[in-house]
Design a protein around this ligand. Sequence first.
Ligand SMILES: [Zn+2]
Length: 71
Amino acid sequence: MSETPAEVDEAVAEPRCRCGYGRDHHMVSREEDHTWFSALVIAIGISQKPIRVRWVCRRCGDGIGEPLELR
Ligand SMILES: [Zn+2]
């Protein structure tokens, strides 16, 4: 019942920036977004879960795929 076209599956499985780098590439940084409050708590040395994780290419500056929302 839930068949998706193959081309949609591929786009979701392997997002890439315009240089063709995937999320595992060494030129791609994993960036975490925090609320201002958790950023403050991190500043005093207590780790916090990010609200969002993004992958950004350091060469072209593109985001790789959709950010991962954690709440
Ligand atoms: Zn790139």
